[in-house]
Design a protein around this ligand. Sequence first.
Ligand code: ZN
Length: 251
Amino acid sequence: MRILLLSDIHANLEALEACMAAAPAYDLVANLGDVVGYGASPNEVIDRSRELGKIFVRGNHDKAATGLLELDDFNPLAAAAAIWTREQLTPEHFEWLHSLPQGPLPLEGALNVHLVHGSPNDEDMYVVSIGDALVPLLAEPTPLTFFGHTHLQGGFFANGHNADGFRPEYKTVGKGESFSFQLKPSTRYMINPGSVGQPRDGDWRAAFALFDTEAQVVHFHRTPYNLKAAQDRIFAANLPPRLATRLAAGR
Ligand code: ZN
């Protein structure tokens, strides 16, 4: 089975469409949350995401936009975007977003895989370093967990000898590219497909991944998208301009 992994779309319709145009053949889509927040196309992105599949875990921005998370812990930019998003959502989309399940969620059809937004221990925790990853990596009932939240493509592994992080290696900064990562037996992984709509690893290109369960290979992808159109929508919506400019830097 080939599973397309999307995370942290953040209401960026242009980035989502570019990912779908660049995506290789897949059998199902798994979405790791933060469908909305920051970007200016929340309703359009929810419609498109729901067309693509039924497997979702909720993200902190999905919770914030639907009143499930206090905005006290959000920085001012994120809070402004959450309030704006809440005002935009159609009642039906609000209801749908509000009812998304909390991770970790077992991935049906691909045994031994869990999906979560942050950490398996805490859906809102950022897993940035091997130090953050080690406890959940070793404690998870499944050897493979896909997560999002950090907007950093790559992940962490642990086996009997070693534990470390890894990042895909790309050759260009502006073209569509992929990087294949072979999973090894007797090794545990936490893998982040990267953020579709607001990458923060210094690479502005939209990120996603495809997991081939038979070959046990994760194919990481980056694809350029219509950045200016996404930025113009943010400016036109009177969202904080920084939410548009940061997209160009991938930060
Ligand atoms: Zn996010």
